[in-house]
Design a protein around this ligand. Structure first.
Ligand code: MD6
Ligand code: FE
Length: 199
């Protein structure tokens, strides 16, 4: 089923359970080569999610601010984007370009992501595609200005969300994880992949 939440199209149950397991395997390979780390923000606070990236560019946050970098903070290049994630991009994103970055966010039961815009990319005509694996997460979506009305939807394992067009710069975030709601990850938690064209 496809639902529209604040202009973001959510394809519920898009990835079947066996492909979810395969994608998880591909994500684990990325994490072995480019370990998860907890980024800091400009103010020196640690984010509650742990992250890493795949592709030509990885999204980074530290005391210097937000940006894309070609290398992991430990110095290695980012591993290739998981094949299954690229296939989903080709089938859903609706643009001729390939993704250049796959940000991998890991949420434990207490992790959250504050309301933000994704605006570190060069071309806002290119959408952002998000894939959810593991525990359910409440995804909140507002408009293009901070402080406006918001609506929320629970994202479940296998859901694919596309943020493009007029919704490309809408504020959004994750305000709650439902621990233990999925058995995909043996130790619980949630993984979110976001695919983007960067330059
Ligand atoms: C998350 N997602 O689902 C956080 N960004 O964990 C995002 O920040 C996001 O879902 C851009 C487009 C879709 C998203
Ligand atoms: Fe985002």
């Amino acid at each position: 089923m496809q639902v529209n939440v604040g202009g973001i199209f959510v394809h519920q149950g898009y990835i079947d359970p066996s492909d979810q397991a395969e994608l998880l395997d591909q994500v684990r390979r990325v994490v072995r080569a480019a370990p998860l780390y907890r980024p800091e923000t400009k103010t020196g606070r640690k984010m509650s999610v742990r992250m890493t990236s795949a592709g030509t560019y990885g999204w980074m946050s530290d005391r210097k601010g937000y940006r894309y970098e070609r290398r992991h903070p430990e110095g290695m290049e980012w591993p290739p984007i998981p094949k299954l994630a690229k296939r989903i991009w080709r089938d859903v994103a609706g643009v001729p370009r390939e993704p250049q970055s796959c940000l991998i966010n890991f949420y434990d039961a207490d992790a959250k992501m504050g309301l933000h815009q994704d605006r570190d990319e060069a071309d806002f005509e290119m959408p952002v595609l998000s894939i959810s694996l593991g525990d359910d997460a409440r995804f909140r979506v507002g408009g293009p200005e901070r402080g406006g009305k918001t609506e929320a939807i629970w994202l479940r394992s296998g859901d694919v969300a596309l943020m493009g067009g007029d919704a490309r710069l809408n504020f959004h975030g994750i305000d709650k994880i439902r621990a233990g709601s999925s058995s995909l990850l043996p130790n619980g938690g949630r993984i979110n992949l976001t695919l983007r064209v960067v330059d």
